[in-house]
Ligand binder design. Structure first.
Ligand SMILES: Nc1ncnc2c1ncn2[C@@H]1O[C@H](COP(=O)(O)OP(=O)(O)OP(=O)(O)O)[C@@H](O)[C@H]1O
Ligand SMILES: [Mg+2]
Length: 228
């Protein structure tokens, strides 16, 4: 924690990404965390992928309407990459440079899970796209919300009401099971950056777990300030 704080340019904000399957509670938890940070008078920017900037929102519409699926997983990955490029350049980097805490609903781990693990897009292509779109940018913390897929899909269906499932909600149960495994593996493989949060509890309990993780990882204790 001390090392990370020492390496950051002073005044730069914090970049926190939220990941997990459909209906895991990402949007709900981002809102709760944003409210908490704002109450503590931290400058906070909430954004999402795919989308988050005017150009990227157009690509979000293309991808979630199912158009990307028709083009195939590689082309879909390129669409996501183009959207991310715009989003990082026009929203995320400027906000971080102004000292904001940027909370992003999905980021590159979703590309790795959906297009990499499930879409079988070669890791080489994903890595190359990542270098082009985000360069050295890396989340300071990634919250991965984990819960049984049946519960996540039930929550997503309840929220949707009678409307049609989107491109990814409409996939099979085994797709969502593999997705869960892919996110769990990302958490295991990146322990310095990622925290796996048990999201199978009421929203306030989950928010408490997230706050504890954030405090432990990102808010310096008096002892670490002294040692930095
Ligand atoms: N801990 C919880 N317990 C019960 N219901 C919840 C909980 N968290 C969120 N919900 C409800 O479940 C639904 C899905 O939550 P939310 O939209 O936050 O998930 P999401 O991860 O953003 O989903 P998506 O991947 O589809 O964007 C919403 O109706 C929300 O109110
Ligand atoms: Mg959401």
């Amino acid at each position: 924690m001390v090392e990370r704080a020492a390496q950051r340019p002073s005044g730069r904000g914090r970049f926190i990404t939220f990941e997990g399957g459909e209906g895991a509670g990402k949007s709900t938890q981002i809102k709760k965390l944003a409210d908490r940070l704002k109450a503590a008078r931290m400058r906070t920017v909430v954004t999402r992928e795919p989308g988050g900037s005017p150009g990227a929102e157009i690509m979000r519409h293309l991808v979630l309407s199912g158009m990307g699926k028709l083009l195939g997983p590689e082309a879909e990955t390129l669409l996501f990459a183009a959207a991310r490029d715009d989003h990082v350049r026009t929203v995320i980097e400027p906000a971080l440079n102004q000292g904001a805490w940027v909370l992003c609903d999905r980021f590159y781990d979703s590309t790795r899970a959906y297009q990499g693990s499930l879409g079988s897009v070669p890791l080489g292509l994903i890595n190359a796209m990542q270098r082009v779109t985000i360069g050295e940018l890396k989340p300071d913390l990634t919250i991965i919300l984990d819960l049984p897929v049946e519960i996540g899909l039930q929550r997503a269906a309840l929220r949707r009401g009678g409307s049609t499932p989107d491109r990814f909600e409409g996939e099979t149960l085994s797709f969502h099971q593999s997705l869960r495994e892919a996110f769990r593996k990302i958490a295991t493989d990146n322990p310095d950056r990622c925290v796996l949060i048990d999201a199978d509890a009421d929203a306030d309990t989950v928010a408490g777990r997230i706050w504890t993780a954030l405090r432990d990882r990102l808010l310096p204790t008096p002892a670490s300030v002294v040692s930095a």
